[in-house]
Design a protein around this ligand. Structure first.
Ligand SMILES: [Zn+2]
Length: 71
C-alpha cells in the first residue's frame, strides 16, 4: 500500500492543508446550499466553497490553480 508521502511531496501536502484550512474557515457557520467566495491561499485568486444541500459535505475549489477540497 502506498504511503501518502509517496504520492504527494511535502510541499503538496502543505498546500493541500493550507487550502483545506482556508476553506474550512470560510465555511464556518455557512448553511447547506450556500456558496461563499474565499481568497485562494495558494495563488491568491478567487476560490469558491460551499456546503452540499443533500448531505452537508463541504467542498471548495480554486478555478485558477485547481486546488480543491472535498470533505
Ligand atoms: Zn488558487
Amino acid at each position: 500500500m502506498k504511503k501518502l508521502e509517496d504520492v504527494f511531496t511535502k510541499e503538496d501536502l502543505e498546500e493541500i492543508f493550507k487550502f483545506s484550512k482556508a476553506a474550512s474557515n470560510a465555511l464556518k457557520g455557512v448553511r447547506r446550499g450556500v456558496e461563499v467566495e474565499l481568497k485562494c491561499p495558494i495563488c491568491g485568486e478567487k476560490a469558491h466553497a460551499g456546503v452540499c444541500t443533500n448531505n452537508g459535505h463541504r467542498h471548495a475549489k480554486c478555478g485558477a490553480c485547481g486546488r480543491a477540497f472535498i470533505e
